[in-house]
Design a protein around this ligand. Structure first.
Ligand code: SAM
Length: 297
């Protein structure tokens, strides 16, 4: 089941104006998008992004009864400036991002996101990657050992990064690592079962691979700059992150805008889910919501 994270909190902090223009950069199951649309009247606009066409289809269905104007695009949110230009929109009142994957994506074995089910090593947020898009298979089977090790350390703080990278390269010389379970077997051979703590040893490698496959940090850095430029004075940027590397990028960017007197931090400390929310939805465990408001000139 798909349960939206920090649902009420993120809608409240957007302070949605009835006739405003709002971006949901990560439609997913469109629960947040529907809550934004619910606050908009017929003169309001909701612009929704997702790389996954299934999310666009879900959003079209879920949003159809709301009177606001809807612009739903199957595009990376890093192309925000281009999409605004194509739609003759200069500025927006608010931007919301709920980063990472959706529970629909992780539940689908064909997408290769989960180490708990066997599937091809895709891990692309796009549901129909082309030959130009890199997949987790490409990384695991073709990248240089040192680059794989650095990626595992940088994107997931994997302390066994060198050992895992060395074993991946040794294994792929024997035969390609084709599936999620092939990769899990490699990781398990490096990190013996007795070393496992509460989390599966594949957790960090899968997280790092997903981030690298989709250039998630690059996309966040780009949307922060482009999104902030597109915000009206008084407009708000609200972002939910799920791990420390991603959160650091958002925190530093928000802090820099505040230090330059261009914005006010609405959240000095990130908003975190309550214990009840975490009990109901384990995905909320690591969620953090940060909010910035552009200063009125
Ligand atoms: C956590 S889910 C969003 C859940 C959503 N807030 C809801 O109410 O259901 C993240 C979604 O964002 C999409 N996504 C992640 N990064 C993206 C990017 N750079 N551009 C466009 N979509 C992205 C994913 O495909 C996924 O569907």
């Amino acid at each position: 089941m798909h349960i939206p994270v920090l649902f009420k909190e993120s809608i409240d902090v957007l302070s949605i104006k009835k006739n405003g223009v709002y971006i949901d950069g990560t439609l997913g199951g469109a629960s947040h998008a529907a809550a934004i649309a619910e606050h908009l009247g017929p003169d309001g606009t909701l612009i929704g992004f997702d790389l996954d066409s299934n999310a666009i289809t879900r959003a079209e269905e879920k949003l159809k009864t709301f009177p606001c104007k809807k612009i739903l695009v199957r595009e990376n949110f890093r192309k925000l400036d281009q999409v605004l230009l194509e739609n003759n929109i200069e500025q927006v009142d608010g931007i919301f991002l709920d980063l990472g994957w959706s529970s629909f994506q992780i539940a689908d074995p064909d997408r290769g996101f989960s180490f708990q089910v066997d599937g091809p090593l895709h891990m692309t947020l796009k549901d129909n990657p082309t030959d130009e898009d890199i997949t987790a298979w490409d990384i695991v089977n073709t990248w240089d050992e040192n680059v794989i090790a650095d990626m595992l350390y940088a994107y997931a703080d994997e302390t066994a990064s060198r050992k895992i990278a060395r074993t991946i390269v040794a294994e792929r010389k024997r035969k390609p690592i084709n599936t999620t379970f092939d990769l899990v077997a490699v990781i398990e051979s490096v990190l013996p079962r007795k070393a496992w703590m509460r989390t599966n040893p594949a957790t960090k490698t899968f997280q790092a691979l997903r981030i690298a496959t989709n250039d998630e940090y690059g996309a966040v850095k780009e949307v922060l700059v482009k999104g902030f430029a597109a915000l009206k004075p008084g407009g708000r940027f609200a972002i939910i992150t799920f791990h420390s590397g991603e959160d650091r990028i958002v925190k530093n960017f928000f802090r820099d805008q505040a230090h330059a007197d261009l914005a006010t931090l609405i959240t000095k400390k990130p908003i975190k889910p309550t214990d009840e929310e975490v009990k109901e939805n384990v995905r909320a465990r690591s969620a953090q919501l940060r909010v910035l408001e552009k200063i009125s000139q």
